[in-house]
Design a protein around this ligand. Structure first.
Ligand code: SAH
Length: 409
């Protein structure tokens, strides 16, 4: 039985949907439907084939975002329980051992438009940024409670992205249980804390797990400069991997103080070897270059510089400048670990920027690895728009830090 009003796609415009793409743009629909923002709709092809259920929003150019690939289903509390449990069954076996922090729901790529759910040990944190999902808050909370019996359920819908869907930015809410300080969890047996109320995102950058794991195996006996370190998760892996020296740089004092806790929880401590610098990376980099400092490994993982199409040009300049300076700080044969989480930049775009940055610093980069989202941050080949994170790991060969030809760029 069907429960929702029907919308029809134009002939030929349904192919991406068959392939698994979760969006329908306004121009692909046969008409403008008079439906309110967030309405559930049954989606049909031009030849009347049922394609699934989506969420409608007349205010956005992505007119429908898909939620299910069948139409005879009721989007209720049971639907959310079934789908959350099935995602958990799918993702958990692919996590590394001793890992209790992971992404259960990764938005559109998991066919949950505008919903993120991260699990940190016994706590679930969710975030809603579409009008359709905003109507489902009670079902989401109830389903998380039934499926996982968490100690607490926290909502982090304090994000600007909600405005694009005509929604307000909400204060942080604890819907179930209580939160007293940071929430402990493990990743590869290492101990971490998510600041689920005051931290960035849902409290931790779960998406950089692949890079952390790879770096741990590359830095024994080496010096590491970790720029935009946040709470030092990658640095803890570097310490476990036997790094001789680690310097973390971040502009958030809170993040750096949690980094110290992370070191201590894993049997390390801040000292002359492992330390942090509070400040702006763009001020600190020129200073380190001026002081002729060099490192065996430089990590550069800035926030998304290119959040919107308009800011892409500015973002490219920022990536270029930061990475050029990173290359200048690398010893001969040193390793650059550089990331971009800007969805607006493709891997090709980003590789081009890094190539230019290396060239300007007089280095050549030999790729060791190219990494993306870990499996729990679902990456569908049919949905390139959902791919945002890319990390290049490369050895810098040729030239040296005295190459200053382009220092003013
Ligand atoms: N690498 C981290 C995540 C980085 S997120 C991890 O894997 O956990 C980006 C970080 O950059 C945030 O912690 C933010 O506080 C910091 N940041 C943003 N702009 C900065 C700047 N100009 N200088 C220093 N830190 C900055």
């Amino acid at each position: 039985m069907e429960h929702y009003p029907r919308v029809y796609i134009k002939k030929g415009r349904d192919i991406p949907l068959f392939a698994g793409h979760p969006w329908i743009f306004s121009k692909a629909l046969q008409e403008e439907y008079r439906l309110p923002a967030g309405e559930l709709v049954a989606v049909y092809s031009a030849t009347n084939e049922p394609l699934g259920i989506g969420m409608y929003n007349p205010k956005t150019s992505i007119r429908v975002r898909m939620l299910a690939r069948e139409t005879a289903v009721c989007i209720d509390h049971d639907f959310f329980i079934r789908r959350f449990s099935s995602l958990d069954d799918d993702k958990r076996p692919l996590l590394p051992p001793e890992t209790t922090g992971y992404r259960l729901v990764h938005g559109d790529a998991d066919y949950f438009p505008g919903l993120i759910v991260d699990r940190y040990g016994e706590v679930c944190v969710f975030q809603i940024h579409t009008a359709g999902m905003d109507r489902m808050r009670n079902e989401i909370i109830e389903a998380l409670r039934t499926a996982f019996s968490p100690r607490a359920i926290v909502e982090r819908s304090d994000i600007e992205a909600r405005k694009r869907e005509g929604l307000g930015v909400l204060p942080v809410a604890v819907h179930e249980g209580s939160i007293d300080g940071v929430v402990p969890f493990t990743e590869n047996g290492l101990h971490f804390f998510a600041d689920v109320v005051d931290g960035q995102k849902t409290g931790f950058y779960l998406d950089q797990r692949n890079a952390r794991m790879r770096v741990a195996g590359l830095v024994r006996g080496k010096s590491v400069l970790n720029l935009f370190s946040y709470t030092g998760a990658l640095s803890v892996y570097a310490a476990r991997g036997g790094a001789a020296e680690i310097v973390m740089v971040d502009s958030s004092k809170e993040a750096l103080s949690l980094a110290q806790r992370h070191f201590e929880a894993n049997g390390f401590s801040f000292s002359a070897r492992y330390r942090c610098m509070h400040g702006n990376v763009f001020d600190i980099l020129p200073r380190l270059i001026e002081e002729q400092k060099t490192y065996d490994c430089v990590v550069c993982d800035p926030p998304a510089f290119a959040k919107s199409l308009e800011s892409v040009a500015r973002a490219k300049t920022a990536y270029l400048s930061a990475n050029r300076q990173c290359c200048m700080l690398l010893r001969e044969g040193g390793i650059l670990v550089t990331s971009s989480c800007s969805g607006r930049l493709t891997l090709d775009d980003f590789s081009g920027i890094i190539r230019a940055a290396a060239f300007q610093a007089g280095r050549d980069l030999h790729i060791i690895d190219v990494l993306g989202h870990p499996y729990d941050h679902t990456d569908r080949l049919s949905f390139a728009e959902g791919r945002y994170l890319k990390t290049l790991i490369a050895r810098a060969v040729g030239g040296n830090v005295s190459s200053r030809r382009f220092a003013s760029v």
